[in-house]
Write a protein that binds this ligand. Structure first.
Ligand code: XMP
Length: 501
């Protein structure tokens, strides 16, 4: 296990990911988390936003005094080690962004040219190294960019984990295999089997329940737990009437027929639509749907004698909820099935909690889940309710479903679905004038949206080839009754959000 101590850097998760990509297991901890040292092979100290001399700047973890293994200390981590071991750190001119550095010979830099560009982001700098340390890299402005004691400590002022650093991956693999002499022993298959064993142990012959949305995370969690406890897992799929075309049938086909799971489909379409009648405010819609969802789910849970609640929480959810402090403004309240456990008094099982999205997909592939589900675009919990702008009616949902279906099928046909992060149609609450045949038409406007993004926090509108957009537009205006105009959204996030509501 390689432990990454997170000092608040936006890159800590990336370090873990880079390590796992080398088939070595890694986890992130905060400096004051307790740690079982017998499991730790190496430690990475991450960067962080503070200066080591600032009031309240986090220090080395308690357990670090007993730890005797190798350490890779990055940015803030480097300055912390220097300060704690008798060197000196001072406020400097700062280096930000691409910086040229000159490397000396060292196991950490094996196979890397002498002069490379690295990614820097620091205000303080090391002016004197602790005794026994020597520099192994110097930046173009003369700042110590890397140092080591040749025994346990490797210190980097720059960030090897970001891809702007040339040979950053090589430095990380050099650290793991050259310096720490670790073995590649972390494989998805082992991980899955280990998880299945663990779930069996935890749940035993009791029953568990899970809200299946058909999205990647809940699908993978469902199949994984099903592998462990079989039909004792009750999967509840709530059809709230805000789903895309064929969605419910697809979920039934995959999970009931293909995987032979214990799937309960609740038809709650009427309930949701009634609750949404007359509601136009997006946040109100979300609130109503979130609450109603919990109610439906609770009613279902009561029918089965369940003790455990399985959730498809993944690593980024954990980190985001830990990091989303008081300072982040609420833009939209993202209702999924969060908040269920406290109310329901069930024991929580979250088998994907330590995995990144791409790892969840690998697990899904290993478990034999079809690509169509694994590579699905994200879909919001409130579904089409936030894509029918204004009041939601069955008539409007039907129009949107058809338009959205055509857009997505067109992307698939041209091999473009996997090239965008998320794509969908939106039904605008306005009508516009057109001409069909020789007559004047006055019909709805559909907006198409497609974005490229990494995690949805920021996004750029996708430059979909015009011919593909043209085909989608022609088909939608021709085949979907009630739509007279199609527009394409060319706004990025920020300033817009990905969804229109
Ligand atoms: P926005 O519109 O905030 O969307 O830029 C970012 C990502 O989150 C999804 N989204 C939601 N997901 N419940 C969800 O589960 C919601 O209420 C919700 N609103 C937006 C959106 O589809 C995009 O992937």
């Amino acid at each position: 296990l390689v432990l990454v101590v997170d000092y608040g850097s936006q890159y800590s998760r990336l370090i873990t990911r880079r390590i796992r990509e080398n088939e070595v297991y890694s986890e992130v901890v905060f400096p004051d988390d307790p740690v079982d040292l017998s499991k730790v092979d190496a430690v990475v100290l991450s960067g962080g936003p503070k200066s080591v001399y600032e009031e309240g700047a986090p220090g080395l973890p308690e357990w670090f005094r007993e730890y005797r293994g190798p350490v890779l200390a990055i940015c803030y981590g480097m300055q912390l080690i220097v300060k704690e071991f008798g060197g000196e750190v001072k406020r400097g001119r700062g280096e930000y962004g691409r910086t040229l550095v000159e490397l000396s010979e060292d196991p950490l830099f094996e196979g890397i040219p002498d002069r490379i560009h690295v990614w820097m982001s620091h205000g303080d700098e090391v002016v004197k190294l602790p005794e026994g340390f020597h520099p192994i890299a110097v930046s173009e402005t003369g700042v110590i960019a890397a140092a080591t004691d040749g025994k346990r400590f490797w210190l980097l002022q720059f960030h090897p984990e970001v891809h702007h650093t040339e040979y950053g991956d090589r430095m990380i693999s050099n650290f793991l295999f050259n310096v720490c002499k670790l073995e590649k022993n972390w494989k998805i298959g082992d991980l899955v089997e280990e998880k299945i064993r663990h779930i069996k142990e935890t749940i035993g012959n009791k029953k568990a329940i899970l809200a299946l949305s058909g999205g990647v995370d809940s699908s993978v969690a469902a199949v994984l737990v099903h592998r462990a406890i079989g039909k004792n897992l009750v999967c509840v799929f709530v059809d709230h009437g805000l789903l895309r075309k064929n969605e419910r049938e697809e979920v039934e086909r995959v999970f009931k027929e293909h995987f032979d799971m214990n799937l309960v489909v609740v038809d709650a379409r009427k309930r949701f639509l009634e609750k949404l009648r007359g509601v136009t405010d997006p946040e109100k819609k979300r609130k109503i749907i979130g609450e109603e969802f919990i109610r439906v789910f609770e009613e279902e849970a009561k029918k089965h004698d369940v003790e455990f609640l399985v959730q498809g929480t993944i690593y980024s959810d954990v980190i985001e909820s830990a990091a989303s402090g008081k300072t982040t403004a609420k833009i939209k309240s993202h209702h999924n099935v969060g908040g269920l456990p406290e109310k329901m008094n069930l024991k929580l099982v979250e088998p994907l909690r330590d995995l990144f999205k791409d790892e969840v997909r690998k697990v899904g592939k290993y478990l034999g889940i079809p690509d169509r589900i694994i590579n699905r675009h994200p879909f919001p919990g409130p579904g089409l309710a936030v894509r029918v702008l204004g009041e939601v009616t069955e008539e409007k949902l039907e129009i949107l479903r058809e338009a959205d279906y055509i857009f997505i099928e067109t992307l698939r046909k041209h091999d473009y679905y996997d090239k965008v992060w998320q794509a969908f149609a939106v039904l605008l609450p306005i009508k516009s004038v057109g001409v069909k045949g020789d007559a004047r038409a006055y019909e709805y406007v559909v907006a198409l949206r497609a974005v490229n993004s990494v995690e949805g926090m920021t996004a750029d509108w996708s430059r979909i080839p015009h011919d593909i957009l043209d085909e989608a537009s022609r088909r939608i205006t021709r085949e979907v009754k009630g739509v007279g105009r199609v527009v394409y959204d060319i706004t990025s996030k920020p300033p817009a959000t990905i969804e229109w509501e």
